[in-house]
Write a protein that binds this ligand. Structure first.
Ligand code: AMP
Ligand code: ZN
Length: 459
């Protein structure tokens, strides 16, 4: 039995699909205005693990992930600048070029992390007519009103508002009067925002030229592809109080019933115990880690060592340890590859059962990795164990069978020295950096610096 934590109910529940054997799943995708950071990638590692666990349980998935290439303001609650337009000014490119470039970067990262890509990838800019229709549907049912800067959703008309985050409607004060130029209630949100002529991304609509609100994207695209009933909706925890609350309001009011059955959220990655965000400028990307000599899958391994619902504190020591463990895991698996020992069916079944229990208990990947490690360590070298280990890797997606020629080429001692030198350089300790470079040189390797990292080559 597969159990998952449903944020909507605040408890672990048995997963029961709408249609037997099938899962309709929606994932909030990235806003493509800048490089995705390692925190963002946790949301997609979580999506990947969930998809893999569902597949391991025999489900066929119909998955959708959106690409937000328009209409996401710098604040989630309809204030600030449009992120795409802002990036366009910053980089002196059109918002379309910005979206194209960062979408490619995102998919490249998904590839580096061996992430199972959903069946449908939908771009917001390709769904504008459907979004307008969705808003019209809400308008007809009386859930909208228009003020100076756009068409708004009136949350006071939806009795279920706040159910996901236990928000209290009255807590923020009394609703303002109808007909006012401002939002009627602080939780009301824009469905369609009017934009000035200078705005580059804009479309005609029955209400005036503008852009769709961010939340309407996800409701429209999930409805268009998956229909009126959806099994699972995923996203990062920061989306829970505003974005997902608003999606529920739009969905349930337009359809007249509950649309999403299970809401699942991944917790945040912190850096040195603090918040990491594009706006705080303390981000690392997968590519940067790679340039520093870390294999991207080491980061995935690092993430899988915690449950998706717990915060993780990212440190380079933690990443280094993950890289070493992943290498050990691969070596152990290779040692079993041609092993001749015979392991009883009963024993193999027991390992498989322990593994399935772990992953089916709300994706307990740390425990599942523990089962894998102890199986590999405790059993005599056996091709049966090798096969079972690779079967488990269908869930981890860590490419455990890959003898990573390059990684094994550079001994971990050299990698650690090069990393220490890079860190010395970052704090401008030039003497120490030079000393470490010489040490690496004495071991037969050379460090080549790039803009954001380094590469190690053989001399
Ligand atoms: P965005 O492109 O800002 O919409 O973010 C893409 C995904 O990353 C969303 O699901 C966010 O909730 C998630 N996310 C953002 N920051 C972090 C973080 N530090 N740790 C984990 N997930 C994050
Ligand atoms: Zn969304």
């Amino acid at each position: 039995m597969l159990k998952i934590y449903n944020t909507l109910k605040r408890k672990k529940e048995e997963f029961v699909p709408i249609t037997e054997g099938e899962v309709k799943m929606y994932t909030c995708g990235p806003t493509v205005y800048y490089y995705p950071h390692i925190g963002n990638m946790r949301a997609y590692i979580f999506m990947d693990t969930l998809r893999r666990v569902l597949k391991y349980n025999g489900y066929k998935i119909n998955g959708v992930m959106n690409i937000t290439d328009v209409g996401h303001l710098t604040s989630d609650s309809d204030d600030g600048e449009d992120k795409m337009e802002k990036a366009s000014k910053r980089e002196n490119k059109s918002p379309w070029e910005i979206a194209k470039y960062y979408t490619e970067v995102f998919f490249n990262d998904l590839g580096l992390l061996n992430i199972d890509i959903p069946e449908h990838i939908t771009k917001a800019t390709e769904y504008i007519p459907q979004m307008i229709k969705f808003i019209q549907r809400l308008e007809k049912k009386g859930y909208t009103y228009i003020i100076d800067d756009g068409v708004y959703f009136d949350v006071s008309k939806f009795g279920g508002y706040g159910q996901l985050s236990s928000k209290d409607m009255d807590e923020v004060g009394v609703a303002r009067v109808e007909g006012s130029k401002e939002k009627h209630h602080p939780f009301d949100f824009a469905l369609w925002k009017f934009v000035p002529d200078s705005h580059i991304m804009k479309w005609d609509s029955p209400w005036g030229v503008g852009c769709p609100g961010w939340h309407i994207e996800c409701s429209t695209m999930s409805n268009d592809i998956l229909g009126e009933y959806i099994d699972i909706h995923t996203g990062g925890i920061d989306h829970l109080p505003i974005h997902h609350e608003n999606e529920i309001a739009q969905n349930d009011c337009a359809m007249g019933h509950q649309v999403v059955h299970y809401w699942m959220h991944n917790e945040f990655v912190l850096v040195d115990n603090g918040k990491m965000s594009k706006s705080l400028n303390n981000i690392y990307t997968i590519k940067q880690l790679q340039e520093m000599g870390y294999e991207p899958l080491s980061y995935k391994f690092f993430v899988l060592n915690s449950n998706y619902g717990k915060k993780i504190n990212f440190t380079f020591d933690g990443l280094k340890a993950a890289q070493v463990s992943l290498e050990n895991l691969r070596k152990l698996i290779q040692e079993h590859k041609n092993g001749t020992a015979k392991v009883s069916e009963e024993k193999l079944d027991t390992y498989k059962e322990e593994f399935v229990q772990a992953i089916n208990d709300n994706l307990n990947t740390p425990l599942a990795l523990g089962v894998l490690f102890s199986m590999l360590k405790n059993e005599q070298k056996s091709a049966d164990i090798y096969k079972l280990a690779l079967d488990f890797d269908k869930v981890f997606g860590l490419k455990l069978d890959e003898a990573k020629a390059k990684e094994f080429d550079v001994p971990s001692e050299v990698q650690a020295l090069a990393q220490a030198r890079w860190e010395a350089k970052l704090i401008k300790n030039w003497a120490e950096a030079d000393r470490l470079r010489d040490e690496v040189g004495a071991l037969g390797y050379e460090i080549k610096d790039g803009k954001d990292g380094f590469e190690i080559v053989k001399r």
